[in-house]
Design a protein around this ligand. Structure first.
Ligand code: SF4
Ligand code: SF4
Length: 362
């Protein structure tokens, strides 16, 4: 980073911190949260909104094909009802079990979030980006954009992300970084997400080189959630192979050398750990407006963990079309559920969920 770029970054940070509108929104949020805390317990700080359940790919690591419910797109009316809680939260992640860029309303939804001064981001497979959409996203004020890429080569990547094109996605990332420079914008911060399985683990080190080459400074690695016997064979935590830990160690040192922030879960499960999703801090809303405690309960599907098969039931605490979202957050059933998880009184589903084993970074 040149001295001029560093100065520019400092000035922007000052602008966003001390701009009267942002100051006002931040103080208002704190007051509202404090007031509600006094009467009802803490409000969520992060919101996950499934803007669409539609996707353009058929990835082998994905559980969309196992979902037993209808998947569709959230309309702006439903989004407006969810936005009732925006004055109280700090960040919004516009994603669920679909591709956020497949939503025709994505730019408008970002604009609504930004009008509340919220930090907003999502993960994307990056296939649907065009130069014009990239420009709109940069100008929208989006804070983070994470590309889901699970390989460093076309050969491995396209065996996992079925229907995608490695060269096109890499080109889209390059366009994104170049356009940010042209528009003199620091945001959105770009990142990469790598779902590690036996098929691609040997590419983790070249992947860090690739990130450096295409100008990305943050990588998040997570383990695969499994829904079938075939996927179970792919999960690294089902193999006690010392080479995996060695790759982990080398990845940490390579990332450090290249100045890349690498977020790695442990290579093996940590049993009976704290739920990393933290349903007392985060809230999930499905595309239909159903209020869910976490992403594992987002849709009904079969879950498989170390040979144990379990069906995730449909669980929600109400729908934003029938009840105000704040009332749903404070419903006695929801409070009871949050308290149980906070006290590690896990459900049968939690016992098979990677968020309770540190296998998915928070
Ligand atoms: S891009 Fe994401 S939502 Fe779409 S199939 Fe792949 S993993 Fe699933
Ligand atoms: S551990 Fe339980 S509450 Fe936490 S994400 Fe998993 S299913 Fe949800």
């Amino acid at each position: 980073m040149t001295a001029l770029e560093a100065l520019n970054k400092i000035l922007r940070t000052l602008y966003y911190t001390f701009h009267p509108k942002h100051l006002f929104l931040s103080v208002r949020r704190r007051v509202l949260r404090k007031t509600k805390t006094l009467f009802h317990g803490e409000l969520p700080s992060s919101l996950f909104i499934e803007v669409t359940g539609v996707c353009n790919l058929r990835c082998v690591i994905c559980h969309r094909s196992h979902i037993r419910e209808e998947l569709g797109e959230m309309d702006l009316g439903t989004f407006a009802r969810v936005a009732r809680i925006f004055p109280y939260v700090e960040s919004v992640c516009l994603m669920g079990i679909g591709e956020p860029l497949a939503s025709k309303n994505i730019l408008e939804m970002i604009a609504v979030c930004k009008s509340y001064g919220l930090s907003v981001g999502f993960n994307s497979n990056g296939v649907l980006l065009t130069p014009s959409l990239t420009k709109d996203l940069i100008l929208s004020g989006l804070d983070t954009f994470v590309f889901s890429i699970d390989g460093a080569t076309k050969e491995v990547y396209e065996k996992i992300r079925i229907g995608s094109n490695f060269d096109k996605v890499i080109e889209n990332i390059k366009t994104f970084t170049e356009m940010k420079k042209e528009l003199n914008r620091n945001n959105p911060i770009l990142g990469l997400e790598f779902v590690a399985i036996t098929k691609n683990i040997h590419e983790l080190l070249p992947y860090i080189d690739l990130a450096k080459k295409i100008g990305i400074n943050k990588i998040v690695v997570s383990h695969v959630i499994t829904f079938s016997e075939d996927q179970e064979k792919e999960a690294l935590y089902n193999h006690s192979d010392p080479r995996h830990q060695q790759i982990w160690n080398e990845a940490i040192s390579k990332a450090r050398d290249l100045g890349i922030r690498l977020i790695l879960p442990p290579s093996q499960a940590v049993e009976n750990s704290n739920c990393r999703f933290r349903p007392w801090k985060c809230l999930f809303v499905s595309w239909k407006g159903d209020v869910k405690p976490c992403c594992t309960y987002l849709h009904s599907l079969p879950l498989l963990y170390k040979g144990k098969k379990i069906i995730v039931p449909t669980m929600n605490f109400g729908n934003v079309h029938k009840e105000d979202i704040l009332n749903l957050w404070y419903s006695p059933e929801y409070i009871k559920f949050r308290e149980q998880i906070l006290n590690k009184k896990y459900t049968e589903i939690c016992d098979c969920c990677l968020y309770s084993k540190e296998l998915i970074p928070a």
